[in-house]
Design a protein around this ligand. Sequence first.
Ligand code: FAD
Length: 280
Amino acid sequence: MYPAQVGYYKPESLGEALDFLEKHESKIIAGGQSLIPMLKLRILNPKYLVDIGDLKELSFIREGDVISIGATTRHSELVSKRLPGAEIIQETASKVGDVQVRNMGTVGGSVSNADPSADYPAMFSALEATMVIRSKAGTREVNALDFFKGPFNTALGQSDILEQVKVKPLRGYKQVYRKIVRRAGDFALVGLALVLKANAGVVEDVRIAFTGVSDKPYRAIKAEEALRGSKLDSSSISKASEIAVEGVNPPSDSRGSSMYRKEVMKRLLRNTLEEMKDAS
Ligand SMILES: Cc1cc2nc3c(=O)[nH]c(=O)nc-3n(C[C@H](O)[C@H](O)[C@H](O)COP(=O)(O)OP(=O)(O)OC[C@H]3O[C@@H](n4cnc5c(N)ncnc54)[C@H](O)[C@@H]3O)c2cc1C
C-alpha cells in the first residue's frame, strides 16, 4: 500500500522548521521508521511532511555534568558511544530493531512516537531524563515521567519539536536494559530498564522501568521503595519482584497474553537483580 499524496518540506534550520510547523498542518519526519509505515497504512494523512532528519543542529551527543543528546542523533551513533554514568543508553540503543532501523531511526523519533513497546521511553524514564521541547513560543523542559502520556501520546503539541534529551549521569550505578522478544529485531514483549546503586550490599537508590506492559513506560515505584535501604539478597529481590507486578494490567496481543507478560516482568526483574547482587 502507498501513502496518500503528501507535500514535502525540508528546512535548513530548526527555526525554518518551527515557522513551517506553525503555519501548515504538517507532521515531522526524522528517520521515517515509524512514520512511513503509519502513512502507508493511512493511519495518518498529514498535508505536509517536515523533514528534520538531516538537521545538523539537532544531531549531537554532548558530555559533561549533563549529557545532552540531540533529537536527530541516530540509534547507531549511540550504539558506538559509551557514556560514563549513562551506560544504559548504549545498551538500549543496541537492542532497537535491526541495523537498518538503527541507522535510520532517531532518538527524537523514538521518544516522540511513544510506542508503548519501544525501548527508549522506559530507559529514559529510569534515568529520569528531561525532554527539551522547542516551539515558536520558546523552549520548555518536561521530565520523562510527565512527557509520556499514553500510547503514541506525549507532552508535544502540534507545532512543537523535541530538540534534545538531557540526562544527569548516574555514576556508581549499575545499569542494565533487558528485553524479551519473540523474534530477533522485534519490539519488546517486555523490556526492563534498571539502574541501581548499592553500598556494602545495601540498596541506596534504584529505579525500575518496564516497557510493553502498560500504555506508557511503567515505573515500579513500590518495588523501588521496597528495595531502597534493604540488603540486596534473595529475600528482598523476591519480594520486590512480586510487588513490581501488583496493580499492573499488561495488554494481551500477538506477542503474548497479559498473564504471560506479568510472569515475564517478575522473572526478568528477579533474574536481573540476582545478577546485580552476584556482581557486587
Ligand atoms: C522493523 C522495525 C523494527 C523496529 N524495532 C524497534 C525496537 O525493537 N524497539 C524500538 O524502540 N523501536 C523499534 N522500531 C522503531 C524505531 O526505533 C524508530 O526509529 C523510532 O521509533 C522512530 O524514529 P524515527 O526517527 O524513524 O521517527 P519517524 O518515523 O520519522 O517519526 C516518528 C514519530 O515521531 C515524530 N517525530 C520525529 N522526530 C520528532 C521530533 N524531533 N520532535 C517531535 N516529533 C518528532 C514524527 O512526527 C512521528 O510522529 C522499529 C521500527 C521498524 C521499522
